[in-house]
Design a protein around this ligand. Structure first.
Ligand code: 5IU
Length: 469
């Protein structure tokens, strides 16, 4: 074991210094086990030790590595011990019919999950969930390094026993013994590890912070206003008023105004659009205290978008409180669409970035959404939030997550690619702060009663998520 710890140090798979972790914490130690693939003897040693951890105490029909670092390790274990392997795709979501688990298996088989590092256990759990969906049993996971930050306990709650080759303490003891680190560094690392031993079971702190606290983190006045409205109206409901007559939108807004915090429209489907009428709608929004969102989804070069936003027939920037935009063209588009720093619209209208779409086969995958969320931070003075279908895309508490594709009925979507989930699922599993409901409400015979049902369901789920993390 000492020997392996030293080898990992020598190839710089274990490093000391000052490293900023995903959580924002600065750690004095960093593990990069991806490097192991370049050292066949170390890879072989690691695979052997991992296999020893489970071969005595579990039935093993199959093994599956958590992508990516553990994949070559799992392959080696599979080949050496003649245990069939399953391959898990990295995609976080199902895209169309693409299978997330590849390989041959029968329901009821037992599969061991292989991972390089476990912190909270979330990645192992995600893989287990996909396997279990197919009827495969998952009772054991093996890992090279357990950082002991709640992973073992979290997995145990889900019926998975975690066995590890190393803990950080053991690596440090070996390295100190072999004079690879001095006592001071070892102590610093151990203090850091001990100080962070409490379980971090939730990946995204934004989800469990009170709305009051989140309001105080907002960088954009429209985001602060939205949190105020949510708290005052006990509502996180946005209605997608996809009607073709602005008169009908105004009538709808007058009736459901007290229940909602945002009314979303598509200005280019309105047959009777006029600036006078849109100002009437704005008046209703003022009276009933909700924000007006134009779901224009801009996606062009800044010079064009600037004209689409401020000019043309619609003059969107004069009345919209929120405007959606695709991050596809890059952060410059988002910053420049508002005009120069003196432009009023920078503060009166908040940009909502479309990080993920609700439709089947959407190209907005996890990598796109993560990258785009980073751009959003670059343009943070104009961005108020994002449209998304999964929580981890941004953990900045001052941004609001809008989730469309919400419908309480049992239909799973429309016949044109839209996919639905319930208000509770949107909030509790997908990280929605605001649920966007369209046809589930506007097609209902009693829109006021339906608005109240969606308001109370959405709000109950949000309160539950904040109070019972
Ligand atoms: N909308 C989506 N999905 C998305 C995005 C926007 O449905 O990913 I970005 C819009 C389209 C429509 C509303 O205005 O949200 C949903 O309407 P229904 O609830 O009627 O499907």
């Amino acid at each position: 074991m000492d020997e392996l710890a030293v080898k990992l140090f020598d190839i710089q798979a274990v490093k000391f210094g000052s490293f900023t972790l995903k959580s924002g914490q600065v750690s004095p130690i960093y593990f990069d086990f991806r490097l192991i693939v370049s050292y066949p003897a170390i890879l072989e040693k690691v695979a052997g030790l991992l296999w020893k951890k489970c071969s005595n105490n579990a039935t093993v029909d199959l093994i599956c590595g958590v992508p990516y670092t553990a994949l070559p390790i799992a392959t080696l274990i599979s080949v050496t011990n003649r245990v069939p392997m399953l391959l898990r795709r990295k995609e976080a979501k199902e895209y169309g019919t693409k299978k997330l688990i590849e390989g041959d298996f029968r329901p009821g088989m037992n599969c061991i999950i292989v991972e390089d590092v476990v912190t909270t256990g979330t990645s192992v759990l995600e893989t287990a969930i996909e396997l279990r969906k197919l009827g495969i049993q998952v009772t054991h996971a093996i890992v090279l390094l357990d950082r002991r930050q709640g992973g073992k306990e979290n997995l145990s709650k889900h019926g998975i026993e975690l066995s590890s080759v190393f803990h950080v303490e053991e690596i440090m003891a070996s390295l100190e013994k072999q004079s690879k680190v001095d006592h001071k560094v070892a102590e610093e690392v151990m203090n850091f590890i001990r100080g962070n031993r409490q379980p971090i079971l939730n990946r995204n702190p934004r989800l469990h912070v009170s709305l009051e606290e989140r309001r105080s983190s907002c960088k954009h006045p429209i985001a602060s206003r939205l949190f105020d409205l949510m708290l005052a109206k006990k509502s996180n409901l946005c209605v997608a008023a996809d009607l073709t007559s602005l008169d009908d939108v105004i009538t709808l807004a007058e009736s459901i105004g007290p229940k909602i915090v945002v009314l979303k429209i598509h200005v280019d489907i309105l047959e009777d659009f006029s600036l006078t009428k849109i100002m009437q709608l704005k008046e209703v929004a003022r009276a009933h205290e909700f924000l007006l969102m134009e779901d224009r989804k801009f996606a062009d070069i800044a010079n064009t978008v600037q004209q689409q936003f401020h000019g043309g027939v619609y003059r969107i920037s004069e009345w919209a409180d929120l405007i959606t935009a695709h991050p596809l063209p890059g952060p410059e588009m988002i910053t420049h669409m508002f005009g120069d720093s003196s432009s009023d619209s920078r503060r009166t209208c908040g940009c909502v970035l479309v990080l993920e779409m609700s439709t089947k086969n959407a190209l907005t995958n996890e990598d796109y959404a993560k990258e785009a969320a980073k751009w959003g931070l670059i343009a943070s003075d104009v961005v108020t939030g994002f449209v998304g279908q999964s929580a981890p895309q941004s953990d900045f508490p001052g941004w609001v997550q809008f989730t469309p594709g919400v419908n309480s009925s049992s239909v799973s979507g429309d016949s044109k690619g839209q996919q639905y989930c319930s208000p509770a699922k949107a909030v509790l599993e997908r990280g929605a702060d605001i649920i966007i409901v369209g046809r589930g409400l506007i097609k209902s015979p009693d829109v006021v009663a339906t608005a109240e049902t969606y308001r109370s369901e959405g709000w109950a789920a949000l309160t539950q998520r904040i109070t019972n993390p």
